[in-house]
Design a protein around this ligand. Structure first.
Ligand code: GLU
Length: 288
């Protein structure tokens, strides 16, 4: 019955990588995605993107979840760990290979030109003397366009700006682009709200969705929290994690950063009630 009476099928998500403490930059993405979901009376899910063991900081997934809990950011359903989803990624990669939408590549980073755009060396079969390393998606000459809810109309020519990109890394791990697309579909995500550092991944993700016959969610990319010297806040906040800031103050600061005008001095619960009531995506500045 709950399903029937839901006024919206909206499903949003927050998908941190467990590479350190929750920092202000991620908090802002968490708050924005949470409020979009709450205002739409939809669901908000947390997904831990732990598919990159070399970059993982032990204990950080648990620390991030503790912080979210303390801040009143509760997932409407069990937390999904990408480390449990290997088979789904593997089968998507196999399907793409079988359909010749993807191919094995034997090139290493040093084979790439300075532009980083893959010149297609192994496109029609492994280049001579090379062995299977990574799997690349075959990118056709296509322009991907989408209307970002914060950044406006975005268009990317995938073939000239990105080229055939890796969906399975040389170490055998699925690439972020692949995993994120599979799980956004698996979790029924209808809108992705995240940091603008991922804006230029979006065309790749939309292209992958098309290759796999998956629906595309809508996207909203919020500006990155920067220090005055232009450094991404996330890096430095490592020494000053959100965990060290009182909950109501952290949420207050995140709301301010997001262009909202929360009243001062509210308790956490009151502040959330205010935020859900007054949330305006349109007030988010386009850049920090
Ligand atoms: N796991 C990514 C990060 O922490 C975010 C992925 C996403 O939101 O699509 O940067």
């Amino acid at each position: 019955m709950d399903q029937v009476h839901r006024t919206s099928a909206y499903t949003g998500r927050f998908a941190p990588s467990p590479t350190g403490d929750l920092h202000f930059g991620s908090l802002v993405a968490a708050v924005a995605s949470f409020l979009q979901a709450r205002q739409a009376m939809g669901r908000w899910l947390v997904r831990i993107e732990d598919i990159d063991p070399p970059r993982e900081v032990p204990g950080s997934a648990a620390a991030i979840l503790r912080d979210l809990d303390r801040l009143g950011l509760k997932s409407n359903g069990p937390v999904l760990y990408q480390s449990t989803r290997t088979e789904a990624y593997q089968s998507a990669i196999e399907i793409l290979l079988r359909q010749d939408k993807a191919y094995w590549c034997g090139c290493s980073r040093k084979d790439l030109p300075a532009s980083g755009i893959y010149p297609g060396t192994c496109r029609n079969g492994l280049a001579k003397g090379k062995s299977h390393r990574s799997v690349r998606l075959r990118v056709d000459s296509v322009s991907i366009e989408f209307a970002d809810l914060v950044q406006g109309d975005i268009r990317e020519n995938l073939d000239t700006e990105v080229g055939d990109f890796v969906i399975q890394r040389a170490d055998g791990l699925p690439a972020y682009q692949l995993a994120v697309v599979i799980d956004d579909a698996f979790q029924g995500i209808t809108e992705v709200v995240r940091g603008a550092d991922l804006l230029d991944s979006t065309a790749r993700q939309i292209y992958l969705q098309r290759c796999l016959g998956l629906a595309s969610p809508s996207y909203a990319h919020i500006p990155l929290a920067m220090h005055s010297d232009g450094k991404k806040l996330g890096k430095r906040y490592g020494t000053d994690p959100v965990a060290s800031v009182p909950a109501a103050e952290a949420i207050f600061l995140a709301l301010k950063f997001l262009g909202q005008s929360p009243p001062r001095g509210m308790e956490l619960e009151q502040l959330w009630a205010w935020a859900i009531e007054n949330w305006q995506l349109a007030s988010i500045p386009h850049s920090a």
